[in-house]
Design a protein around this ligand. Structure first.
Ligand code: NAD
Length: 542
């Protein structure tokens, strides 16, 4: 084809309601029923070939932990090495594809996900990761569709980034993919991130080894199959479930490691970074490291805040998806004058929140992801109950008989430096420090200083001057900052997502800034009239 194609303009995928009587509700219930009755066999896929035979690991439903949903074949050492070879082998051909052809694969994937695959992914995300219908819809359907469509749009903008040319020459930028392979390591809590981390580098012409999170393997596997249906060629993305340390040890020792696209905990990113640093002499290029990690996301209220809006921001921000969003509010600072009303509203909302099996649509929340998370949270809550200066205002209970259930919990904490005001908890626990109204300014400093993270945060105030003050004082405390809104729910194309400090490299997933990390531009100068004599005019006698 000759021609400069117009890329379809992206739009955010509309969020379906799943209200009674809707077609999407019927379709989702039917997908849930059929997936509940099966155990999916999940292999590794290397160079387009399914590979079985490694250690087997079960994926279970967090809210019904005896129910096995999938049996996953771990890639063994040989298979992991084969995945690297497959990625490197596939790159020459894939990188030679025109952008339009690569883009078409991902645009088709978005369309498939918006239609016949939507409820497959939503049901798998609900069952495997314990999301409600709405939380699955905004993740495995809408956000993932948005990543696929907006990345194509941003890639077009990036490719259009070209230098100027002086008379007699033409300068161009060749936005090359990285030389080697990209290692995508994805978290359990968003199917959309699982899909975005391997596909964003692939769109830019890279080839990838993708290691999904064990507990999200079911939904991630269905997305991988969808990519194949959309026409992704073999070897471009290699699906490699396995032991994270074993996979990383092999991949990070390879001279062709070109980049790491990671989302997960701060501890793991730091370990990977150190390992890369230790191997630096081996690599052909300096591997790009893009890592989005933990948060200790805050809500801070000014005495002029609207108490009702604040309470809703706290409840939705802290407890949706069991507080297992990297952006979930887990510390709040409320002025003493507002506290009684805000506390009563939050306690009353907590009392009405139904927790249970996500296939029952009347539940607002499901279970936390696995036994390890459950035990960690139970330990936190048990300690909090006996710590001085801490009172459990609501919740605090746990129940592991059927599933890994942790009650939405509200703690009131005297010391703003208390452990649970500083560390990421990653569960439905909101710690609140009540401050004297006159100490607003000082409280902003405390918010900025108390945690090493800087991912998201929200300020509630009706006085404009307070919003301005907070925006300035907390400039480096959050990469996603909200005025009179909860700190969760970033939308691709609207609030590019990521934070700094211990929260990551802030390369803003689903934006042009992220795609830039997956190209290595070559500047090309073509001289239309090359000089024929090495001497410059000033060298002549007269
Ligand atoms: P995790 O760090 O436990 O796991 C993330 C991935 O790393 C998984 O695929 C896991 O198998 C792998 N992994 C674990 N140990 C490893 C090791 N030693 N070497 C290599 N890989 C290893 O995180 P998680 O529990 O899946 O996700 C929750 C964390 O992710 C939270 O800290 C949350 O804040 C963060 N998160 C951040 C963002 C963001 O955009 N900033 C988004 C989602 C989640």
């Amino acid at each position: 084809m000759s021609g400069i194609a117009n890329i379809p303009a992206p739009h955010n995928e509309p969020v379906l309601s799943y209200a009674p009587g809707t077609a999407e509700r019927t379709a989702l219930k039917s997908a849930l029923a059929s997936q509940s009755g099966e155990v999916v066999d999940v292999p590794a896929v290397i160079g387009g070939r399914m590979v079985r035979g490694g250690k087997l690991e079960d994926v279970t439903a967090p809210h019904r932990h005896r129910q096995v949903l999938a049996r996953v074949h771990h890639a063994d050492a040989d298979a992991i090495r084969a995945a690297v070879e497959a990625a490197v082998e596939a790159q020459r051909d894939w990188a030679s594809w025109r952008f339009e052809d690569r883009a078409a694969v991902f645009l088709k994937a978005a369309d498939l996900l918006a239609a016949e695959w939507r409820q497959v992914l939503n049901a798998a995300t609900m069952l495997g990761q314990s999301k409600t219908a709405y939380q699955a819809e905004i993740d495995s359907a809408c956000e993932l569709i948005d990543f696929l469509r907006f990345n194509v749009h941003f890639a077009e903008q990036l490719y259009a980034e070209q230098p100027m040319s002086a008379a007699g020459a033409w300068n161009r930028l060749d936005h090359r993919p990285l030389e080697g392979f990209v290692y995508a390591i994805t978290p359990f809590n968003f199917t959309a991130i699982g899909g975005n981390l391997p596909t964003a580098p692939a769109l830019m012409g890279n080839t990838v080894v993708w290691k999904p999170a064990a507990t999200a393997t079911l939904s991630n596997w269905h997305f991988y199959r969808l990519l194949e249906e959309a026409g992704l060629p073999p070897g471009v993305i290699n699906f490699v479930p396995g032991d994270p340390v074993e996979v990383s040890n092999i991949l990070l020792a390879d001279s062709r490691l070109a980049g790491i696209h990671f989302t997960g905990s701060t501890t793991v990113l730091r370990a990977l970074w150190k390992q890369v640093a230790g191997n630096l002499e081996r690599y052909r290029s300096y591997p790009r490291i893009v890592g989005e990690t933990g948060g200790k996301d805050f809500i801070v209220a000014h005495p002029s805040a609207d108490a009702a809006a604040l309470a809703v921001g706290m409840v939705r921000g802290a407890y949706e998806y069991q507080g297992q969003k990297c952006s979930a509010a887990s510390r709040a600072y409320v002025p003493r004058s507002l506290w009684p009303e805000v506390r009563d509203r939050v306690v009353s909302d907590i009392g009405s929140i139904r927790v249970g099996d996500v296939a029952d649509f009347t539940n607002f929340r499901g279970a936390v992801i696995d036994q390890r998370a459950f035990t960690r949270l139970r330990t936190h809550l048990e300690r909090a109950k006996t710590d001085s200066g801490v009172s459990v205002v609501a919740g605090g209970g746990t129940d592991d008989r059927e599933g890994w259930f942790v009650q939405p919990t509200l703690l009131q904490v005297d010391d703003p430096g208390y452990r649970l005001m500083c560390e990421e908890i990653f569960g439905p626990v909101l710690a609140v420090h009540v401050y004297d109204d006159a100490r607003w300014r000082e409280t902003l400093d405390i918010v900025d200083r108390t945690s090493p993270y800087a991912l998201t945060g929200g300020v509630f105030a009706q006085e404009r001057s307070a919003l301005i003050e907070a925006e300035q004082a907390l400039r480096n405390a959050a990469g996603n900052f909200y005025l009179n809104d909860k700190p969760t729910g970033a939308v691709v194309g609207q609030q590019p997502f990521g934070g700094a400090r211990a929260s990551g490299t802030n390369d803003k997933a689903g934006s042009i800034l992220n795609l830039m990390r997956w190209v290595s531009p070559r500047a090309i100068k073509e001289n239309f009239d090359p000089p024929k004599d090495y001497r410059y005019p000033f060298m002549r006698e007269a």
